[in-house]
Design a protein around this ligand. Sequence first.
Ligand SMILES: [Zn+2]
Length: 469
Amino acid sequence: MKTNKIKIVVLISIIICLASMMIYILVSAPILHMNGEANMTIEVFTPYEELGVEAKVLGHDIRSKVQIKGNVDTNKVGEYQVQYIVSNNGITSSLTRFIKVVDRTNPEITLIGEEEVVLCPLEEYVEEGYQAIDNYDGDITSNVTVKESKDQFLYSVFDRSGNKGEKRRTFRYEDQTPPTITLRGEANLTLYVGSTYEEKGVDVSDNCDDVSSRVEMTGSVDTNTAGTYTLTYTVTDLSGNQSSVVRTVTIKKRPTVIVPKNSTIYLTFDDGPSYLTPQILDILKEENVKATFFVVNHSSSYDQYIKRAYEEGHAIGIHSYTHNYKQIYASEEAYFNDLNLIRNKIYHITGSYTNLVRFPGGSSNTVSRFNPGIMTRLANKLTNQGYVYFDWNVSSGDAGEVTTATGVYQNVIGGLGTYHSYIVLMHDAGGKTYTVNALRDIIRTAKAKGYKFDKLSETSYPAHHRIAN
Ligand SMILES: [Zn+2]
C-alpha cells in the first residue's frame, strides 16, 4: 500500500513538473507579428521598404533581438524571401515574407517622322523608322512587328514579361499643292513685224505628279501683224490643282528714222554713272540740253544719278553690265545675259524698260574677233528683238587719245558739219574731268552755230558703223 502511495505521489509530481514546464514554455516563447503583407508584389526599380515584425515575450518588446535574413534585389525581376527570426530562453520563433519583383510597365514605341502622314494620292509610304524601348529589357526594336494596311501601320512589341507596346501611323492621301510653272525666256517680249517668234515654253514641276506633258498653252503670236499678244500657259496636276503664267509678246512696226528739221546733236555718255555724272547733269540742266546715258553697272550708290538723269528728261540706254569684252562677246547667250542684267537694273531704278543700246566698243569693234561673226549675229538679233543700237559719227576722243578739255572740245566741234544728225561719243566714267570741263563750251559754241540738241529715241538716226566682225 505504502509503495502504491509513493508511486502516485511521484507520478503527480512528474505531472505537475511537466505541466509547469509546458506553461513555462508557453509563456516564455516569443510571439511574432508581421507588419505589412506577408505576400508582396513590387514593381521593378521601385524601392523595397522593410516593414519588419512586432516581437514580444510576456508583453515585453524584443524587436531588437529579431534577426532579418534574406535580400530583395529590386533591380531584378524575381521571387525573394525575407525571414524574421527571434529566440528567447532557447525558444525560437520565425516568420517568412514572400516578395515578387515584377515588370508590369509597357514598352514604349517611338516613331521617326510624323504619326499622321499626308501622302500624295498614289504615293506609297516609305518607312522612316521607329524605336521600341522597355524600362526593363532596354532596346527591343528588333522585336517590333508592323501590320501594314493602306490607311495605317500598326506597330506592336512585347517585353519579356508580356507587357505590350503599341503605336499607330495613319495616312491621309491628298494633294492640295498646285504645280509650279515658270516661263523659259522673257515674260515681256518685243519683236518687230516680220521677225520670228521662238516659243521657248515653260518649266513645270509638281509635288506629286509628273506634269511635264500636262501643260496647255492658249493664245498665239502673229509676227506679221503689229499688236500685243498674250500667251497663257496652264498646268494641271492629277488632283486638279492648277497654275498659270502669262507671256506678253508685242509685235511692233520697225521704227523708221525721222530726220530732224534742224541739224541736231545727240550727246551720248558711256560707261557711267560715276561721281562726275552729277556735274554733267548740272551743266545739261543749266544749258537746257537733253542727252543720252548708256550706262553700266556700278556701285548702287550711283543708282541715284541714273534716276536723276531719267527724271530730268534724259534718255537712259543699255551699254553693259560688266563691260568685260571677253565675257560678253563669248557667245550670244552671254551677251544677252549681260544685257538683261543691266536692262533689269535700269528698270528697277527708273520703272521703265529701255530699248536703246550701245555695244561696248561699238558695233565696229574688233576686240570681239576671238569669236568670229559675233557682232553680225548680235546686231541682227538685237534688231529683231525690238532694240535699236547706236554707234556715233563724232568722237570726242575722251576714251583715251585725248586727255584735255581743249582736246575734247576741238574733236567735237571739229566733227560737226551740215549733216542732219550728229551722235557724239563721250564718257562720264570716273576720272574724265576734261570731258566735264569741255561740255559747257561745246554746247554754247554748237548752239551759237545753230545746232539743236536732243536725246536719242528709237526713231533717231543710229549712225551705224560698218560691222567688222
Ligand atoms: Zn564703253
